[in-house]
Structures are given as structure tokens and as C-alpha cells.
Design a protein around this ligand. Sequence first.
Ligand SMILES: [Zn+2]
Length: 101
Amino acid sequence: MRAVAQRRLVHRACAVCEWQGMAVETGNRARECPWCHAPTRIFNEEWLVPDPAAVKAQAAEFGRQGGLVGGRIRAQRLSAKRRAEIARQAAQARWRRNRKG
Ligand SMILES: [Zn+2]
């Protein structure tokens, strides 16, 4: 996968005066207020990525890292006996933790 430029649209507000503004930024450099030169804080930021297709591909890849099937499918695949076994282990684990703490 190709690298996506890490540009962000950052909304900032001054810590001292009424100034608010937004700008495209890269990196984590601190910015000062253009009015009073006090430090500013970020109150919102959005990642800017140049190519929507690249974003879509990236999102799809992240989604698949967790697997394509959910817990319900897994539960259906397991036998009732195996499910009971898992549930018993979970209950025992909880009990152990409660006894200790
Ligand atoms: Zn200011």
C-alpha cells in the first residue's frame, strides 16, 4: 500500500483571546495565536488524504484485520458442548479474579 501524506485540517483556538482558526498542518508543531501570540489548543482535527480511492482501500484493509465473520457465526459453528466449556472457563476465570481482588 502506498503512503498517504499526513496532512491534517486543524481547528485551533487561542488559550487567551477570542481567536479561532483552521489551517492545514503536518507534524505536531505548536502554533501560536496570530493575534496575541499565546499558545493555541486544538479543538478539532481532520485527516486530509489526497486520494479517496487510497482511503477506501486502507479502510477495507483495516476492516479485514478483525476477520470477515463476527462472533455470531463463530457461535453457530461451535457445538453446544464446546460453548458450554468456554462459558465454564469464563466463569472460572471471573471467579478466580474476584477471589484474588
Ligand atoms: Zn490569542
